[in-house]
Design a protein around this ligand. Structure first.
Ligand SMILES: Nc1ncnc2c1ncn2[C@@H]1O[C@H](COP(=O)(O)OP(=O)(O)OP(=O)(O)O)[C@@H](O)[C@H]1O
Ligand SMILES: [Mg+2]
Length: 477
């Protein structure tokens, strides 16, 4: 049995693709939204800290803090704010000296940072330090906007509190995502099986066809699977035709093979039951028996030839031969039969013709055509063979003055074992395999055969075969 890999299942692949798309979309959306949310929180926090810083800066001016930095009210306010923000507050006077630091690290030191200088020029600065997650603001300390800048207030505030909130939201998002994932699995499974269902149905329907005799065509409920179903129905019809012809062939073969044997049996039995048989009768019967054996032999030879022909062009032994010479040989060989039937054999070679042919099969095909012309003829009668060629094809025109073939029979003469008009087939020997062999041989040579016939006047077969054999083409049967 053929092994089918894990991912060979169309349904499974579909399921995985839908899952992948669903999960990716959800992830991208989650990150985008969470990112947005955080940015918004940070900017809100920055605004809030800035606002506070301005209020404090005003208060510092009001309390004259820069000149007298020992106000306990202010100090405690700064401490409280510093704790609230989990950050640091620094006040710098006009000499760039730190006069207050809630961390007590830089007190009394000179601090000339870029933001401090810009602040002295009257600017308000805010900045978010991504790595430490701190919002940093610097505001000028001045009586009013536009007035002289007396100092700078620096506040840094932790954003951990807001991220704690955001993380909480992130956790909720994960739970939601899990729920979404479960839903997604369900939806993906449903979609995958809905899409695959038509194919399942078709394969079940095809699988349920067990014999060629089951004539009901497989039907498809969907447009997409209709083509598969149509192809299958066509194939089934062709197989049925093949199967029918095979059965017919087998029954014909058995019948044809049995007929001579039945005759031999009757002849032998009738000799056996008679007591004293004169030698002449014996001889007579023996001749009949011998004729029947010849006939049996003929049928078997024809059958074997037919089987060989089925193998196709691969078995063709093509050789470039002079067709004129070959035709003379064939006509010569058929001379005695023609004379016996009082039939004139006329061969007309219009020009020298050389062609690529398999001598044995070509001879068989042509012999049968001429033989038919002789057999199914009037007495006296004639058979005329005209050999001609152009630059591509040779043409053999074999016509006779014979009995002709009724139009209704013309379509059947190439069938195996077909013998026309039973009245004359009794007295004229033949198996009915001749023309089917002839046609096969000609098709193997990539040639064609055509027939026209008028009852009572005669028949005309025209055979065309390419002068050069083309091997690459696919075999025609
Ligand atoms: N030239 C012809 N004139 C009249 N009828 C013909 C001619 N050729 C073929 N037929 C008809 O076609 C039938 C089939 O021919 P085919 O050559 O296949 O078989 P056969 O001659 O009967 O037997 P076989 O050739 O196998 O010995 C013949 O029985 C005959 O009725
Ligand atoms: Mg024949």
């Amino acid at each position: 049995m053929k092994r089918i890999g894990f991912l060979r299942s169309f349904r499974l692949r579909l399921f995985l693709i839908i899952m992948l798309v669903g999960v990716l979309t959800a992830e991208v959306m989650r990150f985008a939204q969470l990112g947005n949310y955080r940015t918004q929180l940070v900017s809100e926090k920055t605004m809030e800290v800035l606002e506070q810083a301005r209020i404090i800066a005003n208060r510092l001016v009001n309390y004259n803090y820069l000149q007298n930095p020992s106000s306990e009210v202010i100090d405690s306010q700064l401490e409280q704010l510093s704790m609230l923000y989990e950050g640091r507050i620094i006040v710098i006077d006009e000499n760039f000296r730190v006069i207050e630091d809630t961390y007590n690290i830089s007190l009394g030191r000179i601090m000339i940072g870029e933001e401090v200088i810009r602040c002295y020029q009257g600017n308000t600065i805010s900045n978010y330090d991504e790595s430490s997650r701190y919002v940093e603001v610097a505001v000028p300390i001045q009586a009013m906007v536009g007035h002289e800048v007396e100092g700078v207030l620096l506040i840094s505030a932790s954003t951990d509190d807001i991220f704690r909130g955001a993380d909480g939201i992130g956790r909720r998002a994960i739970i939601l995502e899990l729920v979404y994932l479960v839903l997604l699995i369900g939806i993906a499974a449903v979609i995958a099986s809905v899409i695959v269902r038509p194919f399942d149905r078709v394969s079940k329907a095809i699988g349920s066809v067990v014999s060629f005799d089951d004539e009901t065509p497989v039907v498809s409920d969907y447009k997409e699977t209709q083509e598969i179903v149509d192809a299958f129905n066509k194939l089934r019809q062709r197989l049925k035709v093949l199967d029918d012809s095979r059965q017919e062939f087998v029954s014909n073969v058995s019948h044809e093979l049995k007929t001579p044997i039945a005759s031999i049996k009757v002849l032998a039995d009738s000799l056996n039951v008679q007591e004293e048989v004169p030698t002449e009768v014996y001889k007579d019967f023996m001749q009949d028996i011998s004729a029947e054996i010849d006939r049996e032999n003929e049928i078997i030879t024809d059958l074997l030839n037919l089987v060989r022909m089925e193998k196709g062009a691969a078995d063709l032994r093509v050789e470039n031969r002079s067709i004129n010479e070959l035709m003379e040989q064939i006509v010569k060989r058929l001379g005695p039969l023609a004379r016996k039937n009082e039939v004139d054999l006329i061969l007309e070679s219009r020009r020298p013709v050389n062609a690529d042919i398999d001598e044995v099969k070509f001879t068989q095909a042509v012999t049968n055509l001429i033989e038919n012309g002789i057999k199914y003829n009037k007495h006296p009668g004639w058979v005329k063979i005209v050999l001609d060629a152009d630059h591509q094809y040779m043409t053999l025109d074999i016509s006779d003055s014979g009995v002709g073939i009724p139009e209704a029979e013309l379509g059947h003469i190439y069938e195996r074992f077909y013998r026309g008009d039973k009245s004359h087939s009794k007295e004229i020997s033949g198996t009915g395999l001749g023309l089917s062999l002839t046609r096969k041989a000609i098709l193997l040579h990539r040639g064609s055969i055509d027939v026209t016939s008028t009852v009572g006047e005669g028949t005309d077969f025209i055979v065309k075969i390419p002068l050069s054999f083309i091997r690459e083409q696919k075999d025609k049967k």
